[in-house]
Design a protein around this ligand. Structure first.
Ligand SMILES: [Mg+2]
Length: 453
């Protein structure tokens, strides 16, 4: 009992010190001590240490990693586009044209296609919170759908997220992973509400997802960027300042300092080269390509890390022909490709005999789980929710906090004493979890980051 008391006093003292250090960092004042990121204090959490100077090849995702979006403005625009599409398909205006309910949004929710439910799950797949449409379900109601709070597709997903990525389980459930698609959870839930209203009671066998998937595919159709069609790309092109943050000088200097220290920098993005150019040039400036030694666009993650698709060359925005490993060039820009060849290319050009690789991204399946499990590449997770939730010392002054934080679903990281499946991926597959690259850029490369997760 006594030693438990001592431990808790030590923990509180340490927590206060770390909190103060992080507060100073947010004010651009350097703390005297090493800073730490406290994700939470769930059982089994441990301290991880990490230094960028230990790595030779440093990779970056683009969207929501190097380039930060003004998430609220973007999600409002996405909601409007998807809602219009669904109404054109015959769904109820009354439900879908209501204003966006920010509190319903949370990254990482899962849609149960048949039952009309939206779910938040634990590391072992247990259903922690669920709604039918937008209506929150009680524990008893959850158990009527999912005996003992478990459902086969989400149990499989929790064990291996790639298991349900394609194939029959992807028909049953959909994960909404980042700020490009999380508004789909609200659209889906409101479509369920409208069908229930017509039917007079909740049912099953909702056939909403195919229509919603069509709306998402239409919104992000890569041909639309150059054709000037569609609303999403037109708005991003015409008002980039409304949807993107510019990278600070701290961050551009930090990227330069990596190069000055003989690190090889690579960019792997899922966006096609035209949209990626808009995003990167808005965030980093017109010379954005100079920051990287090789750029891969339209990489089709997570397959990039698990398959062996060839790289395709580019002539401007037009794809040319396959480019084999031997012909990849420093300063080159490509589409498709695969990690195995990229790794060989980076090893060939690295000054180190035995180079170490790290990849930084925000999408926990595409950027963290898959490279960690299938490519044995270390990863750093960018998670804006750390700041939005004001966890353990972060200032919680995130400008789009109402879109990232939810009182309906609770924390992105935990629920009561359970860690979420996302928390578990961060814990098992990332070296460190940070709220933004801007935050990291305030530290020198040799700085030892410590992450308690
Ligand atoms: Mg991303």
């Amino acid at each position: 009992m006594f030693s438990k008391h001592i431990r808790s006093v030590q923990a509180i003292t340490k927590y206060i010190r770390i909190t103060e250090e992080i507060r100073l960092m947010h004010q651009n004042k350097k703390p005297k001590h090493v800073e730490k990121y406290y994700v939470d204090t769930l059982p089994g959490s441990c301290v991880k240490t990490f230094k960028f100077s230990d790595y030779d090849c440093i990779g970056f995702d683009l969207d929501n990693t190097v380039a930060r979006y003004k998430i609220g403005a973007m999600m409002e625009m996405e909601y409007e586009i998807l809602a219009k599409h669904m109404v054109q398909k015959g769904y109820s205006k009354k439900h879908l044209f209501k204003g966006i309910e920010k509190d319903f949004l949370l990254k990482g929710l899962i849609v149960d296609n048949d039952n009309g439910n939206v779910l938040k799950i634990a590391a072992d797949g247990r259903i922690l919170v669920a709604t039918h449409g937008t209506k929150l379900l009680s524990d008893e109601e959850i158990q009527q759908y999912y005996p003992n709070f478990h459902w086969e597709p989400t149990d499989l997903f929790a064990k291996d997220p790639l298991h349900t990525w394609n194939g029959p389980y992807s028909e049953k459930m959909r994960t909404l992973l980042d700020y490009f698609d999380i508004v789909a959870s609200l659209i889906y839930a409101r479509a369920v509400d409208s069908i229930d209203e017509e039917r007079g009671k909740p049912g099953t066998n909702y056939k909403i997802w195919p229509d919603l998937l069509e709306a998402l595919q239409q919104m992000f159709n890569r041909d639309h960027f150059q054709q000037g069609k569609g609303v999403f790309f037109s708005k991003m092109k015409s008002s980039p300042e409304k949807y993107y943050h510019k990278c600070s000088e701290d961050l551009t200097n930090w990227l330069k300092s990596l190069k000055d220290n003989n690190k090889l920098l690579f960019l792997i993005t899922g966006a096609y080269v035209d949209f990626a150019s808009l995003t990167a040039s808005t965030a980093l400036g017109p010379n954005w390509k100079d920051y990287f030694d090789i750029i891969i666009t339209y990489a089709k993650k997570p397959g990039f890390f698990t398959q062996e698709r060839p790289f395709i060359g580019l002539n401007g925005y037009k794809e040319t022909s396959p480019v084999y490993f031997e012909d990849l060039k420093v300063g080159g820009i490509y589409t498709h490709g695969n990690w195995k060849d990229l790794r060989k290319f980076l090893s060939k050009h690295s000054e180190s005999q035995n180079p170490k690789f790290v990849y930084i991204g925000d999408n926990l399946i595409q950027d963290i789980y898959t490279p960690s499990v299938h490519s044995h590449c270390d990863t750093v997770a960018v998670c804006e929710e750390l700041q939005a939730e004001g966890l353990n010392g972060h200032d919680s002054l995130h400008p789009d906090k109402p879109f990232l934080k939810s009182s309906i679903w609770g924390s992105y990281f935990q629920y009561k004493s359970y860690g979420t499946n996302w928390y578990q991926i961060l814990k098992d597959h990332s070296k460190i979890c940070v709220p933004s690259l801007e935050y990291i850029a305030k530290f020198p490369l040799k700085h030892e980051h410590q992450c308690i997760i």
